[in-house]
Write a protein that binds this ligand. Structure first.
Ligand SMILES: NC(=O)c1ccc[n+]([C@@H]2O[C@H](COP(=O)([O-])OP(=O)(O)OC[C@H]3O[C@@H](n4cnc5c(N)ncnc54)[C@H](OP(=O)(O)O)[C@@H]3O)[C@@H](O)[C@H]2O)c1
Length: 418
């Protein structure tokens, strides 16, 4: 499709004279065709480029020469994000990830504002007591409610979508509730982000979404697909949608560490299967992965961190070496090992900046990032039992008891969740 300059001005939302000025300054990057009568006709790629130029000049405050350097280097969105000018909406802001994200953002990146979006007022009250009001706003809302989300996204640049129902047994027992929150919620995020003209949306996914065997994983797989394909609804100047996908977060709510810590008091812990392995990531790493993904994303990618695995028996040894172990058998909807990348994903997967990135099957925009990326070898899979990095029980002990910011456990056994 070809556009006249007046149409381009409306799409990019700058005046015709600004388009003419940028056309002159960035003639190496914007190459409209000319009609026989000498009229310029712009392509979708030109629109993409004009939107990037607008971002570099207006959102990131670069001068025209700086913007040219960034574009020549292929940096485009890959330049560092000017966090001071970003308003962020964080769904699920009162959860394990959300609170840690806020902590790191406030200490290190200083965004203009983070809007916390979640349902329970008590969790928000507790968060306000801990973090105060500086730089944070607290929105009560449910991601199932599209109108509320649309209102909450007004004036927002970046959406970090962490809200989910994520307890496997709860999702198995209440499958349609998991669908409403995890799938319908993802659809509402896309619609609201497009309507509110958000720039970037990153959604959190899980290894359980890969070849899912439970409702939680299946709904997160749908959410992943909906989010990455959300780019199909978005015009070149509209929001970009991508996901991060990772494994178990050490010490998050409802995970095995708090379970073992509680069971340890009775000197007996339960393990489903002694062969079990899991990927493990700290909250620090999860937050930095999201920050990295926001810097690199062009839309449709799934960002996967290189993280270590652990054996469940090593975790038991680290937390409760003195306890009896009762083996209770693998639970419905549980896997022995988890997968972060399948052979099929592997065909579109690259190694870049210490991560794996699965690129979308459809290319909505010309990709200029990932120039120095390496393709993963044919047949590549990334599973928790075939990992080349492992946490020993000593490593786990160190992480669990000496972790400075993700959570704390005192050696007498009290688990203190931050
Ligand atoms: N924890 C892990 O091991 C892990 C691993 C991989 C991926 N992930 C993904 O990471 C994300 C964050 O996980 P987490 O560990 O931080 O979860 P979490 O601690 O359970 O927090 C979930 C958050 O979502 C909010 N929420 C739930 N339903 C909502 C709804 N309908 N509308 C608005 N807010 C809602 C909750 O607050 P209210 O209840 O007050 O609404 C809470 O703030 C999830 O998407 C999860 O799938 C987690």
């Amino acid at each position: 499709m070809k556009y006249r300059i007046q149409e381009i001005s409306q799409i990019v939302d700058v005046s015709v004279s600004t388009i003419r000025h940028w056309q002159k300054e960035f003639s190496d990057f914007i190459k409209p065709e000319k009609t026989k009568g000498g009229q310029r006709r712009y392509s979708d790629e030109d629109i993409s480029m004009l939107c990037r130029i607008k971002d570099l000049l207006y959102a990131n405050n670069n001068s025209i020469p700086e913007a040219k350097i960034l574009l020549r280097k292929g940096h485009v969105d890959n330049g560092k994000i000017d966090w001071g000018n970003q308003s962020i909406l964080l769904t699920g802001g009162t959860g394990s990830f959300g609170k840690h994200f806020c902590e790191i953002m406030i200490k290190k990146y200083h965004p203009k504002v983070i809007r916390i979006f979640s349902r329970d007022e008590l969790k928000q009250l507790e968060m306000r007591q801990k973090f105060g009001d500086a730089g944070l706003r607290y929105f009560i809302g449910d991601i199932r409610d599209a109108d509320r989300l649309r209102r909450a996204m007004e004036g927002v640049d970046i959406v970090v979508h962490a809200a989910a129902l994520k307890q496997v047994p709860a999702c198995e027992y209440n499958p349609l509730e998991a669908v409403k929150t995890n799938i319908n919620g993802a659809q509402n995020i896309i619609d609201a982000a497009i309507d509110a003209k958000v720039k970037k949306v990153i959604a959190l996914s899980t290894d359980k979404a890969v070849n899912p065997v439970n409702i939680y994983g299946a709904t997160k797989l749908c959410a992943e697909k909906i989010i990455t394909q959300g780019n199909a609804y978005s015009k070149p100047q509209g929001p970009r949608f991508s996901c991060v996908r990772y494994g178990n977060v050490i010490g998050s709510r409802g995970s095995v560490i708090p379970l073992f810590m509680n069971q340890k008091k009775n000197r007996k812990i339960t393990i489903t299967n002694e062969q079990m392995t899991r990927f493990w990531i700290t909250l620090d790493q999860a937050v930095e992965l999201v920050v990295q993904a926001l810097s690199h994303m062009q839309g449709g990618e799934i960002f996967i961190p290189k993280i270590p695995s652990m054996k469940i028996m090593d975790l038991a040894k680290a937390i409760a070496p003195e306890c009896e172990i009762e083996f209770i058998g693998i639970r419905p909807g549980e896997k022995l090992h988890e997968i972060l990348t399948t052979t099929e994903d592997g065909r579109n997967t690259i190694m870049f900046d210490g991560m794996y990135i699965t690129l979308p099957n459809y290319s909505w925009w010309k990709r200029e990032n990932y120039k120095n990326a390496q393709k993963v070898p044919e047949g590549f899979v990334y599973t928790s039992n075939s990992n080349d990095q492992w946490l020993s029980s000593e490593d786990l002990n160190e992480i669990i008891y000496n972790s400075s910011n993700s959570f704390n456990i005192d050696r007498r056994g009290s688990y203190i969740k931050n």
